[in-house]
Each structure stands twice: as C-alpha cells, then as structure tokens.
Design a protein around this ligand. Structure first.
Ligand code: SAM
Length: 276
C-alpha cells in the first residue's frame, strides 16, 4: 500500500489560524515536507507536534526532490507538504510534486486553511463572485506595464501578491493605467498591524506617502472592468424584466437570463424580478 500526500495549510501570521484537522494530520503523518524547516518549526512547537521533517522542498529543488519524496510515498509513508505560510502551491512550491504524485496513482489530500489571497478578497469590499489570482506582479518595468494594460478589460476582481519594496512603483503604474479603478491594499493580514487601505491607486499612494516606510506582507486587489452590467441603462433592464414577465418566463429562468446575458449580480437580478 502506498502512503498519501497531504497538502496542509498553515497560518499566514496569527498562529491560531490552523485547523484541528491540520494539527491532527501533522501529528499523524510519518514525515513533514517543509519549504523551510526553521519557519515551520515555530508552528510545530506551538502545537507540540513532534513529527520529523524530511529534506526541505523549496523553489529551485522542486523537480529534483520530487522523485525521492515520491519514493517515500511508494514505500507507504504518509507525508504532509507545508509551505512557510498559508496554502502550499499558492505562490509556493509543490506543483511538480502534486503532478508526479497524481501520475503515480497516489492519493493527494488537501487540508484546507488560510491563504492570503482569499482572506484579502473577502474583506476587500470588492466583488467576490468572480475573481482571478495572478500571483506576483512582473518585476520588470515593461512587463509590469504590459500586464496592467492586459488586465484593462478583465471584469473579475484581480488579486496580486506584492512585496513592500515594489508596492509604490506598482501603485504608481496602476494610477497611470487604471486610474478609475477601486484598489485595495491588504497588509499584514491576521497580524497585529493588519490594515486595509481602500480607494483609487492615487488615493492609496497619498496615504502611503505620509509614511516613512512601508513594511510587511501585502496583497493588492484591483476592481474589474465594470462590464455590461453597469453599462446597461437601468430603464433597459427594467424593460427586459417586464418583457420576460409578460412572456410568462418563470422567475428562475428570468434570473438566469439577467445574470448570464446582462451580467447582473444574483442579488440585483433577484431584486428586479421580485420588484412590483
Ligand atoms: N502560500 C501563501 C498563501 O497561501 O497565501 C503565499 C505565499 S507567497 C510566497 C508570500 C506572499 O503572500 C507575500 O509576499 C504576500 O504578498 C502574501 N502574504 C502572505 N501572508 C500574508 C499576510 N499575512 N498579509 C498579507 N499578505 C500576505
């Protein structure tokens, strides 16, 4: 019998953000495959977990180390893959290992928990019904500009991981390319100095300008292009609703039409259909 590979999410700052199942799994597996054992040790000590580490698994050795880890799984060892913070594989190592494990027919089991992207999104105040996580913003000036130009038409909320050193440069670029968009900076999530700054990129820049330095981990969110829903004149939408009713279309189908064809959010479609 082979072992199983568990993908265990760890806290993104506050050590209490760990699930009971994550603690149980980390205690019960034969070995923990960590990105950096020094960082993971803090969590293990906090929860008195004594499971040994296998060799570290970090960016740069991902392909090379996948094979020996796979051998352990084939020998029947249960392993937990963890990254320094949050969910493994989300801007963190693990993808080649997961692919290889699946291809070998060995079970891969997620143990869900914190991830900075989702924590930032849900408290951002930006639409959460459709979103895209784009990882980190390209570092090179030309590539960064091209990326921002490319997302001009994107209707989903964009989530980006950004370093505090590049934050001002990126915000300045967003202010030039997407000046009207609502932007949210989520900083130091779950930690003592957790902060959300909301506004246009220029407004956030103004707030940050007053500070001597910007520290901590950051998630940047950019509102999507408003799209058809808000471009559609309200009286046209009302006309569409009354036509659907006249034709005897059921409320359920009318909702679907408004959501799919006019891109209205579910609650807005519901409100319009149930209005007198
Ligand atoms: N695997 C992690 C996750 O699930 O969110 C992400 C790891 S990635 C290497 C690190 C980046 O995630 C940071 O540079 C920052 O952009 C974001 N991040 C991680 N923890 C954060 C926190 N507590 N507050 C804000 N951003 C955070």
């Amino acid at each position: 019998m082979t072992g199983q590979l568990y993908l265990v999410s760890l806290p993104i700052g506050n050590l209490e953000d760990i699930t009971l199942r994550a603690i149980k799994t980390l205690r019960e597996v034969n070995m923990i495959v960590a990105e950096d054992t020094r960082n993971t040790r803090r969590v293990l000590e906090r929860y008195h977990i004594k499971t040994p580490f296998s060799r570290s698994y970090y960016q740069g050795v991902e392909r090379k180390r996948a094979e020996p880890i796979l051998s352990l799984l084939k020998e029947g060892k249960d392993l937990a893959l963890v990254s320094d913070a949050g969910t493994p594989l989300i801007s963190d190592p693990g993808y080649p290992l997961v692919r290889a494990t699946i291809e070998a027919g060995i079970p891969v089991i997620p143990i869900p928990g914190p991830t900075a992207a989702i924590a930032a999104l849900v408290a951002s105040g930006l639409p959460t019904d459709h979103f895209a996580f784009d990882g980190t913003v390209p570092c090179k000036e030309g590539e960064r500009r091209a990326y921002l130009e490319a997302i001009r038409e994107e209707q989903r909320t964009i989530i980006l991981y950004e370093s505090p050193h590049r934050l001002l440069t990126t915000l300045k670029e967003i202010a030039k390319v997407l000046p009207e968009r609502r932007v949210v900076l989520a900083r130091e999530l779950t930690k003592i100095y957790e902060e959300f700054l909301r506004g246009s990129a220029s407004e956030i820049l103004q707030t940050l300008d007053a500070r001597s330095e910007i520290k901590g981990e950051c998630v940047l969110l950019i509102e999507g292009e408003k799209g058809l829903a808000r471009k559609t004149e309200p009286h046209n939408v009302k006309e569409a609703v009354s036509l659907l009713k006249k034709e005897g279309i059921s409320n359920r189908t009318a909702m679907k039409i408004l959501m799919c064809c006019l891109d209205l959010p579910r609650n807005e479609a519901y409100r319009l259909i149930h209005a007198d």
